[in-house]
Structure formats: C-alpha cells, structure tokens
Design a protein around this ligand. Sequence first.
Ligand code: AMP
Ligand code: ZN
Ligand code: FE
Ligand code: FE
Length: 289
Amino acid sequence: MRIDLHAHTDASDGHSTPEQLMWDAVAADVQVVAVTDHDTTAAWEAVGEAGMRHGVTVVPGIEVTAREADATVHVLGYLLDPRHPALAAALGTSREARVERARRMVAAMERDGLPVSWAAVTAELRPGATVGRPHLADALVRAGAVADRTEAFAGLLSQSSPYYEPTPRTPDPVEAVRIILAAGGVAVMAHPLAAERGPVVGLDVMERMIDAGLAGLEAHHRDHQPDDVRRLVQLAERRNILVTGASDYHGTGKPNRMGENSTLPEVYDALVRGREARLLGAPPSPRPA
Ligand code: AMP
Ligand code: ZN
Ligand code: FE
Ligand code: FE
C-alpha cells in the first residue's frame, strides 16, 4: 500500500485537475492520496468523487500558509471541517492577501518591462483558485521569458528577487496549528527544513508547534537533505510525534513525482485514530465497554 499525503490540484498551483490527479495516482500505484491545496479546500468534492471512480482513497486536506519573521511555514491539515468559522476566516484572509500581493509583484515586474500582466496571470488560473508565484511563473513561461517554473523560481520569483514579497496577513505557525485543531483536523508540518526555498524556522518554533498539538513532521520530502531528515526524525522521536513522507505533487508544474515519498500505513492509521480519539475526548487506545 502506497500512501501520499501531500498533493495539489488546479484549485491552487497544481497543474492536474481532480480527475487527472486520480489518474496520476493510479499510474503511480498510489492507493491513498491527500489533496492539500494551498489555503483552499475547493477541490475536495471533485477529487473525492474522482477517487471513488478510480478506486483511490482520498484524504481531504489543506496546506495552510503561515509566517514567522522572514520564514514561510506550510502546515498541512487533514480531515478538518472546512466550514469552521476561524478556519474559513483565516483562509479567506490569506487568499485575498495573496491576490493583492500577486498583483503588486506583477505591477513591479511590468514597470520594469517584463512580459507579464495581471490578465496574463489570471489566464493561467482556474477561476477561484488560490493564486501564487507559480501562476506568475506560468505567465512568464507563456511569454517566453523563462523556460519553466523552476527557472522562474531560481530567478525572478525567488525570495531574494527584488520582485518578491511575502503574503501579508497570514497566521503564524502556532496559530495555524491551533486553527487546524479547532476545525477538528490533525496538523503536520510540511517540508520543515526545505531551505532551498528560503529561510526556514528553527527547531524552537517546531517545538512550540508541537506544544500546540502538531501531530507530525513531513521529514521525507525531496527538498530535504539526508541530514535534515535525521534531525527531523530525532525531534519527532524525542517529542513522540509522527514522521510522514509525501511527494508534494504539482502535476506538470514541478518535477516531483506522485508517490516518490510516502507515509507508512501505521503512521497514517495513527494520524486518523489520533484525530478520532481527540474528537471523542478519549485516549487513542480502545477502552473496555
Ligand atoms: P507562494 O505561496 O505564492 O509564495 O508560492 C510558493 C509555492 O510555489 C510553493 O508552495 C511551491 O508549491 C511552489 N514552488 C516553489 N518552488 C518551486 C519551483 N522551483 N518550481 C515550481 N514550483 C515551486
Ligand atoms: Zn504549491
Ligand atoms: Fe509547501
Ligand atoms: Fe505543497
């Protein structure tokens, strides 16, 4: 059984439709896929429905954008209630802030004569999808300014680019964990030490997230070096939380292949059972009747 707990659709910056995502899962021999779009749950219904037809178990999830000082932190939430008021409000704020930030980045690039416009960006975006730098990259690719998203992220859109700005009004990592738990979900920190992308938080921040109820660390991710994985596994063991692995699949938008990293069945079970136990106010082990 292959379990991949981190994948994106075109409801955010993945290139796959819900239907394609399930084809991709079948082709990669992955039986359980979590749909974890950035700051939206808009694809849940369509992915769930496609999963039924393709015989793939779909875990409803999300990747919440958070920020601590100059570090961007992504927190995965699974099996949460998307209508929970605090969650819905936070996600709405983040998505609006993303639009304003993307428009400012586009305007700055346009002023410098780069072949990009807000209309060109929205043409790369499924209506209502969470906008991000990958859509700016797609517009630059279409205009011939860069070859692919990877080239855009290495230059014009990198965190050290003059055009870069962070998304304002996002929660901090501890708040993100609290919001996910309040909505009945289970929280796992995504790619905690992916330093290629930009600054990451220290283990002290991860400890505070664990204090707030973080259930796991996504240690097995292509953006980690072997030493990163070792440090994360050690922290998880010391704090008695789970270690997951996932592809962070974006369809053709990124080189990541579906199922290239995966989560052990017993870890997946522990995530699901831990959530049920918390919702019932009961310890995770079965009690005598
Ligand atoms: P944003 O949230 O708008 O700052 O954009 C960050 C997102 O872009 C990340 O969550 C990744 O999914 C994606 N991304 C980061 N680096 C790359 C890359 N080198 N190639 C393609 N996509 C990337
Ligand atoms: Zn993404
Ligand atoms: Fe991420
Ligand atoms: Fe992701």
